[in-house]
Design a protein around this ligand. Sequence first.
Ligand code: 1PR
Length: 453
Amino acid sequence: MGICVGLQALFEDSDENLNVSGLGIVPGRLQRFDDSTKSVPHIGWNSANPLKEGETSGKSVYGLRPRSKYYYVHSYAMHYREGELERAGWHVATAQYGNEKFVGALAKGKIFATQFHPEKSGVAGLRVLKAFLDGRLFEDWKETGLPGKPREELTRRIIACLDVRTNDEGDLVVTKGDQYDVREKGSVEAGGKVRNLGKPVDMAGRYYEQGADEVTFLNITSFRKCPLKDTPMLEILRRTSETVFVPLTIGGGIRDTVDTDGTMVPALDVARMYFNSGADKVSIGSDAVISAEEYYASGTKLSRKTAIETISQAYGNQAVVVSLDPRRVFVSRPADTPHRTVKTKYPGPNGEEYCWYQCTVKGGREGRDLDVHQLVIAVEAMGAGEILLNSIDRDGSKAGFDLELINEVKSAIKIPVIASSGAGHPAHFAEVFGSTSTDAALGAGMVHAQCSC
Ligand code: 1PR
């Protein structure tokens, strides 16, 4: 059985590297998705429909269902041409991305391959793995009761985010900031304690059961006092990946690091520890801002040594998320700043009608002379695969997403964007998906509020 690149290797070759031939078991050459009108990599939940156009019953291949969705994360695909692979004896399941129809899965004899990740596709994916292990190549399948034909297209993702840190007693807890301030206010007994919303592994498992498309852990305090190999987040990932079968992202402290014994550990080795513990993606925050500043200072030359470049080179750009922590800086006129401004519907404290989005590091504690437009262009050039777009102004506000910020970032790059910060009601997700072309949306405070973990 081949998964993702395991399917791609079966073909003759790929535009990804024409110097390296595939196994040639399946005729054809993989091509990169067209990114002129959609984000690439193709990340998210899409079909793998075993039925042909217009069929409402037929052979379901290894448990694939016409209306189920499966998790994809790739930039190259085998375009589907009606009947071509079938004439070579292959059973094919298809998906659609924009105007491109491609091979989602194929089977012949003892060979089975999926472009999607069944191990990260929840219950639908586990059904496929079980059918393969049981050798159930075919089962008769009849569409029942559901109106209309299956929509073979990418659905946008809803991601549950857990900000994790140690509390004052040293326990690793899920917390939540209000404009990045995670300490309780008000009651004396709370006494500015770190908000404790529950245990990370329990809460991640609950969000998976409730249908989260992905789970993101942000480790908001680097564990400076313990050896890297004992970082508590590694154990959290190991335990979470045993029961949560959707993609896991880990952020916080992904950078070149000096271990407690004085050893210099490159960001790539830090990331490798997380990948080996069950992470599918790593999220880089502060280090990305510093790298972008160096990128512009060097005249937009790539150093090939940054965390983004080395990790995406080794694991693919789909494994590297860059997390932004911007805040609004208001100005009366665009001429008052060299940065790219937006005319905002939400005037500043002195009625200013323009603002620019300042990048920050250290969890929002330090503003930099860099705006989000500059940052995302630089990190896309370095090989980042996705942007996690937080907003300090909206964080924990439950006032809805900063749509102006999201549109500003989406207009600048081709890689997917995850809108974050401000979700307080399901309608906020409908609003952000309806008013922007964001590829995913993330919630933290809202999902925690509904979780009786
Ligand atoms: O800089 O690479 O070590 O990464 C640090 C990571 O930790 C960054 O991704 C940064 O965003 C995050 N972080 C650092 N400090 C805080 C804090 O809250 N004090 N979390 C923090 C920022 C962002 C989301 C947040 C969403 C959704 N939180 O996790 O939950 O904004 O908010 P919502 O409740 O409104 O839905 P590095």
